[in-house]
Every structure is written in structure tokens, then in C-alpha cells.
Design a protein around this ligand. Sequence first.
Ligand SMILES: [Zn+2]
Ligand SMILES: [Zn+2]
Length: 208
Amino acid sequence: MRIDLHTHTRPHSPCSAIDPADLIKEARWVGLDGICVTEHQCRWSFQEIEDLARKGGIRIFQGNEITTNQGDILVFGYDKDVRGVVTIQDLRREVKEAGGLMIAAHPFRGFLLFGITQLLMSVEQACQRKVFQYVDGVEILNCKLTDPENEMAGQVAERLGLLPVAGSDAHRLDEIGRCVTIFNKEIGSEQELIEELRAGRFHTEFRR
Ligand SMILES: [Zn+2]
Ligand SMILES: [Zn+2]
């Protein structure tokens, strides 16, 4: 089952240009079986998810992208809107209590921009970043990042034994489905999505 785990729509994410109805159409067009909306700091209501799912054809899941003092975190199974920046420790505690899952989103975004490669940051050094102590997984493919940035995330995930997931971080229609997480089985609920992620029963793909 092919799912894009990281997408933004408006108006819930004002930075996105994607209308939810178009999200579904485009997702089907590019061969996805499911889509996960991960708005910034907010969740859709149950009714909104139901209404969108009724438009048909693919499964709709939802997570949440939360800004912490250690960067953006994709959270699954945590049913709360969070306002402002939270500490990664507080988020970890709450998500753990809720039985949810945390993924470090685009952990090396801006890596090239800030010239860190010139400093020859090693994978060992990259692994020291505090964020990795508090997450279950790492986004190793994100279509907004450069290849070296994604590759570094992949190496860190492997070294630290963290779940290596993919998500497009789509803010525009043409970005939907570029980074896909492909699950071994059909997934029917957010709980199942979390179980399959936790068990690592998936692989990832980047559509160029
Ligand atoms: Zn982000
Ligand atoms: Zn995002």
C-alpha cells in the first residue's frame, strides 16, 4: 500500500497551495493508495477527514507536524493541537503516553545552505544531534531536500536503528506522491498505520 505520509493543505496549513479536494485527485493520479495529512500544529476534525474520505478512492490518514526546540517532528497517534514551540522532552512524554509515534522531519534541511558539508560533518557527528534521542524514526526522503541532505538522514537512521520513512512534505500539487512509504499490507486505520510503522514493515521510494 503506497502512502505519502507528509502533506499539507490549506487552510489548515496557510503555507500550502493545495486544496484538499485536489489532493485526493492528484494522489489517485500518481498511484497512491493513501495519503496522510500532516498540517502544521493542527489536526483535522474527525468529520473533515470523513468528508474527504467520502470523496473517494483512497484512504485518508492524519498526523500532525509539530515545531519543537529541536526542529519539526511528524507525530502519529497524538490527537492534540499544539500552539507555539514545545520542547522535545515534553512532546516525547505526551506522545509516549498516547501510544503515538514521532518522526524527525527533514532533519538536515538547510544542511547545504549553511555550508555544514564544508565542515565535513561526519555521520557520527550528525548522530549526536539531540533530536535523535527522542524520536522513533527519521524522514530519510523528503522532496524539498537535496540528495546529500536526504542521504545524511538515511545514514543516521541506519546507524541509530531508527525507522527510515519517506514523505513528500507536499505544499504544491506536483509534489504529492514524490516520496512514498510503501507498506507490506493494506492499512485501514491510524492505529494500524502506527503498528506497521513501528514494526518497520515498509520500504521507501523517491519518484524523480
Ligand atoms: Zn517541516
Ligand atoms: Zn511539512
